[in-house]
Structures are given as structure tokens and as C-alpha cells.
Write a protein that binds this ligand. Sequence first.
Ligand code: DC
Length: 225
Amino acid sequence: MSRKIVVAIDGPAGSGKSTTARLLAKKLGYIYIDTGAMYRAVTLFWLRKNLPLDEEIICKLLPNISINFENDAGVLKIYLNSEDVTNEIRTPEVTNNVSPVSAIKCVREFLVAQQRKLGEDGGVVMDGRDIGTVVFPDAELKIYLVASLEARIQRRLLELNQKGAEVTFEEVRKQIVERDIIDSTRQHSPLQKAQDAIEIDTTNLSIEEQVDIVYKLALQKINNL
Ligand code: DC
């Protein structure tokens, strides 16, 4: 039987990471781990407490946080202390606060340790910002997805409109640009392409095309082990 590898997929918001990672995991029969959802769950926990954005305060909350995933007929569900928060972690309030929360060192250490545990036996596709650089620097396959700002805004806009959210192109543009700046300039594990990552520009690719490219790369790795 072939060994199960770790596939790390990083890139900025709207570059196609989660869609690609989810569909690739399904094709390979692997587990999909959405690490952004974990940072969102911590942010939601803190928001519910109505506490200031203070590093020391947030670090003290972490021992009270337990995060779990469940695959529900192909849909990845995330649980915060046994409560299904799959939808709530996508609210604008969480989205607007997740970048500063995820820049805090203790939050990153807390979640990176759990991510490493989830992927220790291989057979996972993990997407995020620092998977190929920090969480799994030895991942067998590292993908770095990019897309033009215009394409990334359009995708997010479509996703939000489909969920019934009334947002404008300009509002989404502002959100994405702000998150890009915080995510790529923060001190601890900023968004960065790993030296050995394969960069794919998804601007003009369909979902099927981008999944197919990554799937072929994964098969090559698996077959050459
Ligand atoms: O992928 P996403 O939009 O759900 O991620 C939400 C935020 O979490 C993103 O703005 C940056 C942060 N994040 C991170 O710092 N490291 C990761 N591995 C994944 C996400």
C-alpha cells in the first residue's frame, strides 16, 4: 500500500485554497483540515467574552478552548467546545477580527501544536498561511496558490452573496486588502511562500482545473515514494 503524504496548501484569502484542499482530500481519500477555521474558532470564543484585544487576556482564554472537526457527508464541520460553530465562524464580525487574533504568538503555538497532531500520520490536506513553512516544513507536497486581487474579491463576493450577505465589491476589497497586510507583515509566521512550494496562479483556472493540477502533482509524489 502506498504511504499517505501531507499536502500543504497556503496562499492569501480568496486564492482558492479551501475549495482546492477540500476537493483534493476527497479525491485522495484524505482528511481535510481547514486551519483558518481554527483561528476563526478562537476569535469567536474571544468575541463572545466581550474582552479587549489584549495578548495576555487572549492567552489566558486558550486552556478553555477545545476545537474538533467532523466530516458530515463531505461537509467539514467545526466544533468549539462541542458546539457546532461551522456557520458562526464565517460572520463578518469574526472575519474582521481574525487577522489580529491570529497574529498573537500564544494563539499560533496553541493551534500549530494541534495541527501537527492532526497531520502526524499523513493522509491529510491542510490549508492555511504557514502550513508549508511552519506547521509541516517537511510536507511531501507544498502548494502556494495565488490569484489577482480582482479575482479574489469576485470569488469572496460571490460566496458571500450566495449566503445572502449584502456586501459591495468595495467592502470586500477593503477586507481582503487589510487581511493581506496583517497576514503577511505580522511578526510570527507571516504568510510566505515556502522555498520548495509549487506556485499556481488560479486567476484564470476553473475549480476543476486547479484541483486537477494539484491532484496530478499529489499522485506523482505518492507514486514516487
Ligand atoms: O483562511 P481563512 O480566511 O479562513 O483564515 C482566517 C484567518 O486566519 C486569516 O486572516 C489568517 C489566519 N490564518 C493564519 O494565520 N494561519 C493559518 N494557517 C490559517 C489562517
